[in-house]
Design a protein around this ligand. Structure first.
Ligand code: ADP
Ligand code: TRP
Length: 341
């Protein structure tokens, strides 16, 4: 019997800011681990970011920075198909077809759209759709296409994306029901983080690290800035000599995620005993992060520079992605009657 084909894992990364430590723990590291067991397809969802980014130079910069970050942190483009969504025009053609089999009511119930309307309610804006563009409304269809056009089996994402994955399965099911014969779309399932990576990493103000809170520590911030950000993490005013509860500290939560188990144990004991201040914890945290990131910074800086080898990597990824997308799009075109014979 032939060996079973490895299952396909696909995920998209929205380039809406400089990648930060939270993205590393919650998305980059777990996705890179999956490349060991799955055939992996990872892409930069640049057209998705267009629903919110209005500055072209900014979109271009974040796209490059996200791509350079993933490669620097270990994505192997020979093993993983890695591309920009916008380089695969098949996605946008399929997007129209699948929007024609998607119920509008499904989109009305989408969390991101509902949240945008709720904000209008809170702000007393009468027109609940004010400020909402069609890109935001259609977002779940485009995401379904990203997934379905690659014949994806599993989608590793944060829990906040579970509705999108369920919608994708729903849309594939409708298509298969309407048109399924010899050709069907693969119905995917989500893979969600468990254990440590399920917990959000706190940012410099103690809330979840997130671009929207402006409390992030960018992975490839220059050393001086990294030190400043780490030194600026909130801490209470317990005097150095007094015992401290490490589990109330954002700096300790970060340390737990990035230092070796023995070092974490030792730091916990020292904080609990008293005599070690939050300042010392932050200095040690900075050293730990910097020891890990400084050797990588050079590689990142080279990749992110205009005209670097990143262009060829992404062009090659786009070619391979299109090779996978073409037969799926052809199958759909045939099924719906656009192509005959
Ligand atoms: P942000 O909240 O900064 O806008 P995104 O929503 O773009 O981040 O998240 C991209 C990925 O990174 C998602 O898979 C998300 O689950 C993960 N992620 C983001 N912030 C954190 C965090 N603080 N802790 C763990 N994972 C996170
Ligand atoms: N919506 C995802 C996010 O906001 C990004 C994304 C776009 C994606 N297309 C995808 C994720 C396809 C997984 C699969 O993070």
């Amino acid at each position: 019997m032939a060996a079973e084909q490895p299952k396909v894992s696909l995920t998209g990364i929205k380039p809406t800011g400089e990648p930060h430590l939270g993205n590393y723990i919650g998305a980059i590291r777990p996705s890179l681990e999956l490349t060991e067991t799955y055939e992996s397809i990872y892409f930069i969802a640049d057209y998705h970011a267009l629903t919110s980014i209005r500055d072209g130079a900014e979109l271009a910069r974040y796209t490059r920075s996200v791509a350079a970050t993933w490669i620097t942190l270990g994505l192997d483009p020979a093993k993983t198909i890695f591309y920009r969504q916008s380089d695969v025009p098949e996605i946008f053609e399929l997007s129209w077809v699948l929007s024609c089999v998607t119920a509008k009511g499904l989109m009305n119930r989408a969390h991101a759209y509902k949240a945008a309307r709720d904000r209008n309610v809170e702000n007393g804006v009468k027109d609940l759709d004010a400020g909402i563009n069609m890109g935001l409304f259609n977002y779940p269809v485009l995401m379904a296409v990203d997934i379905l056009i690659m014949n994806t089996d599993v989608v590793p994402v944060g829990l906040d994306q579970s509705q999108h994955v369920e919608y994708t399965a729903d849309i594939a099911g409708t298509f298969n029901h309407l048109y399924g014969g010899d050709f069907t779309l693969t119905v995917p399932t989500g893979i969600y983080p468990a254990g440590v990576s399920a917990k959000s990493l706190p940012g410099t103000d103690g809330r979840k690290m997130s671009k929207s809170y402006r409390n992030t520590i960018a992975l490839f911030a220059p050393e001086k800035q990294l030190r400043k950000l780490v030194r600026g993490i909130v801490s209470d005013s317990t005097p150095v000599d007094e015992p401290k509860d490490p589990d109330t500290s954002a700096a300790f939560a970060l340390y737990e995620n990035f230092a070796a188990a023995e070092a974490v144990k030792d730091m916990r004991a020292r904080l609990e005993a008293g005599g070690t201040g939050w300042g010392e914890l932050k200095n040690t945290l900075f050293e730990t992060l910097n020891d890990w990131l400084s050797p990588l910074r050079e590689r990142y800086d080279a990749l992110v520079a205009p005209g670097s080898e990143l262009d060829a990597i992404l062009a090659d990824g786009a070619e391979r992605a299109r090779e996978r997308a073409r037969p799926v799009l052809a199958g759909v075109r045939h099924a719906v009657g656009i192509t005959t014979g």
